[in-house]
Design a protein around this ligand. Structure first.
Ligand code: FES
Length: 101
């Protein structure tokens, strides 16, 4: 959708900003998971964005990167795995309460 809007507005010369939904891991600019190409230069959506000039975004690269973990995601769905983050958060909180600050 963002790509389509960008292509439409480019022809009319309308400045357009997009908010990219790149894969993010650490959110600190260190892991590179959210790397995007903006105007031919590497940027990190977590620290440089996520808003960018839509006409400078390499949407083909972004779409490709968004499918990086697709096979792993599909395998997890096939195994009917539930997300383990809530259980890990509860366990971590329990440990913090038991051990104190
Ligand atoms: S989320 Fe890791 S560099 Fe942006």
């Amino acid at each position: 959708m963002m790509k389509a809007v960008s292509e439409l507005t480019r022809g009319f010369g309308v400045p357009t900003t997009v908010s990219l939904n790149a894969i993010m891991v650490d959110g600190t600019g260190m892991c590179g998971g959210c790397r995007v190409s903006i105007g031919g230069e590497t940027r990190y959506a977590c620290v440089d964005g996520p808003e960018f000039d839509a006409h400078e975004v390499d949407f083909a690269e972004l779409a490709d990167r968004l499918t990086t973990y697709r096979s792993f995601e599909q395998a997890a769905v096939a195994r009917n795995e539930a997300c383990r983050i809530p259980a890990l958060a509860v366990a971590a909180n329990r440990t913090a309460v038991e051990t104190g600050p």
